[in-house]
Write a new protein. Structure first.
Length: 219
C-alpha cells in the first residue's frame, strides 16, 4: 500500500505545486489508478461457498468527454486476491474439500459518466456500466501438456503447460466519485465502485466493492 501511495505522490506533486482549475476543452482523458477491493463471501449450491480476501490492484481507464456533463469510456483492472473455497461432492454432499489459494482477476468494463456540476475544480460524478470479469483459480484442472521447441539460444527445450479452473462472468454496476481538476488538464479522482457478477442461479454470485484512486491527463 505504501509503495502505491509513493508512486502517486511522484505523479501528483508537480501538479499540486501549481494546482488550479484548467477549463480548456478536451475530448479524451486517460488515467491510471490504485484499487483496494474489499473482502467478500458468497454461497453456492449444496452448501458450497467462496470467501475472497481484500486485495490491492491496478487499473487504467480511457474516456471520451461528449460535453462538460457526459462521458463514455472503458477500463481494465488487474488484482491477485487470496481466496478460500468449500467444494461439495455432487454424489455425496457430506464429502467436502476446502481449498485455499491465490487467484487472478481481470475486469474489463464499459462505463458512462455523468458529472453533477460542470464548473469549478471539484466535480462529483456517477457512473453506470457493464462488462466482464475473468476469474482464474490458478488451480490445475488436469495433467500438464508438454510442449517442446527449438530456441535460438538455449537449443531444444520442453515446458509443461497447465489448464486451470477459470470462468468469465458478465458484470454490471457503477460508481460514485469525486474528481479534482489540476493545472494543465491533469486531475485526481477518488471513487467507490460496486459491481454485481451474474454467475447463474446455481453458483455463488459475489459482489465486487472497491475504492479507486486515480491520476489522469486530458488531451
Amino acid at each position: 500500500m505504501y509503495r502505491l501511495l509513493a508512486c502517486f505522490a511522484v505523479f501528483l506533486l508537480p501538479s499540486l505545486a501549481a494546482a488550479q482549475f484548467y477549463d480548456g476543452e478536451y475530448g479524451w482523458d486517460f488515467a491510471i489508478g490504485a484499487i483496494y477491493q474489499d473482502s467478500q463471501s458468497a454461497t453456492g449450491g449444496n452448501g458450497s461457498s467462496l470467501s475472497v480476501d481484500s486485495a490491492l490492484g491496478v487499473g487504467i481507464s480511457l474516456n471520451y468527454n461528449l460535453n462538460s456533463r457526459f462521458a463514455l469510456g472503458a477500463g481494465f483492472d488487474w488484482l491477485r486476491p487470496d481466496y478460500s473455497a468449500v467444494l461439495v461432492n455432487d454424489e455425496n454432499p457430506a464429502e467436502t474439500l476446502r481449498v485455499e489459494h491465490r487467484g487472478s482477476q481481470w475486469n474489463g468494463r464499459f462505463r458512462g459518466t455523468f458529472n453533477f456540476i460542470d464548473q469549478g475544480p471539484l466535480v462529483p460524478y456517477a457512473q453506470l456500466g457493464f462488462g466482464w470479469t475473468w476469474l482464474d483459480s490458478n488451480l490445475s484442472s488436469g495433467p500438464p501438456v508438454t510442449g517442446c521447441w527449438w530456441h535460438p539460444w538455449w537449443g531444444y527445450i520442453c515446458e509443461n503447460f497447465y489448464q486451470t479452473y477459470n470462468s468469465t462472468e458478465f458484470s454490471y454496476g457503477g460508481a460514485l466519485g469525486l474528481r479534482y481538476e489540476l493545472f494543465g488538464g491533469s486531475f485526481i479522482d477518488l471513487s467507490f465502485d460496486y459491481w454485481e457478477l451474474d454467475t447463474g442461479s446455481s453458483r455463488a454470485s459475489p459482489t465486487l466493492e472497491s475504492w479507486r484512486l486515480q491520476y489522469g491527463w486530458r488531451f
